[in-house]
Write a protein of this length. Structure first.
Length: 328
């Protein structure tokens, strides 16, 4: 088995990405556990196929994680049954929003366990993508919204593991609301580097991530040695009638592995934002939410959820420079 974990030819910022004209690449399908909504995938390349681990649910909105494979990055065959479903109290109402890393023969899956009160960043491991060992919630008591909009109880989501050691340790970047870091000696037990009141990166006032920033995809090592991560950002608009609209767009940050606790740079404008009907209409409207990134046959594929309802891809051809080719 061959799994691609580190990429080549990356620069910061990575892109431009152009949404695939055939989106969505996966939709809900009726009469099953994924009949209502299908979105927010992790991605990796295994044995020359793109593999997606995606979130889906029926009308009960209890999320499971499914698996789909593609030989071209666009057309997917999915497995009939989910590979991870709720079984513990902390995930009773959902296994949500997976991210994945592959290190020395083991898959490390981070996901959100949801009990309809607390969102907990959880870890599971596998050697075959089907049989999983749960290691439970990673950061008890942590609130990644502590400096933005405190939840008043445990809340942590969105963990991405760097698949190589830095400074002699394993590193994870995590957070919804603000971004944080944690380290580990064994990839199982993780220790946050700061309290939840000290994020390494917080929302930027007046920007596309003014109200929320969240880790998106696993990191990419650029040719000049930087770590690049795609992120998700949100802004809220409060209308005169009291209703609130939230708009999710996708950004990028860069980190120096020699100084892995500090964000060196951020993309000033989003590289992806809601544009199509599917982007703007769904369970949670006006959302483009990236969680999966692979380099496949020389092309970059960024997989994202559209309004928590369908799954899409945006593509970057390295031969195409930054410029006006990004739609919108």
């Amino acid at each position: 088995m061959t799994v691609t974990t580190l990429f080549t030819g990356a620069t910061f910022p990575l892109g431009p990405f152009v949404p695939y004209e055939g989106n969505p690449v996966l939709r809900p399908r009726g009469g099953s556990w994924e009949s209502a909504n299908l979105y927010n995938p992790a991605a990796l390349v295994v044995d020359d196929e793109v593999v997606l681990l995606y979130r889906a649910h029926a009308e009960d909105i209890v999320s499971h994680i499914g698996l789909a494979r593609s030989r071209d990055g666009y057309h997917f065959e999915r497995e009939a049954e989910p590979i991870l479903s709720p079984q513990e109290d902390y995930e009773e109402f959902g296994c949500e929003d997976p991210r994945i890393a592959y290190v020395e023969g083991t898959y490390y899956l981070t996901y959100t366990g949801w009990d309809r009160k607390a969102a907990r960043l959880c870890l599971a491991t596998s050697t075959d993508l089907r049989t999983w060992t749960r290691h439970g919630p990673l950061f008890p008591g942590f609130d990644t919204f502590a400096t933005v909009d405190p939840r008043g109880h445990e809340w942590s989501k969105a963990g991405v593991i760097v698949p190589v050691k830095m400074q002699g340790r394993w590193w994870m970047y995590f957070g919804e609301g603000g971004l944080y870091w944690a380290t580990s000696d064994d990839l199982i037990r993780w220790t946050p580097g700061t309290p939840d009141t000290e994020p390494m990166y917080a929302p930027t006032p007046g920007s596309f991530d003014a109200d929320l920033v969240e880790i998106g995809t696993s990191p990419v090592l650029t040719d000049n040695g930087l770590l690049v991560m795609l992120t998700n950002g949100a802004t809220r608009t409060v209308h005169d009638d009291g209703t609130v609209d939230v708009d999710y767009r996708c950004g990028q940050i860069a980190i120096d592995p020699d100084e892995p606790t500090r964000v060196l740079a951020r993309l000033q404008e989003p590289w992806l934002r809601p544009q199509t009907f599917e982007d703007r209409n769904g369970l949670v409207s006006n959302v483009t939410f990236v969680e999966g990134l692979v380099q496949f046959h020389g092309t970059w594929f960024a997989y994202y959820g559209q309004s928590d309802t369908t799954l899409a891809v945006a593509v970057h051809d390295p031969a195409r420079p930054w410029g006006s080719s990004l739609r919108g």
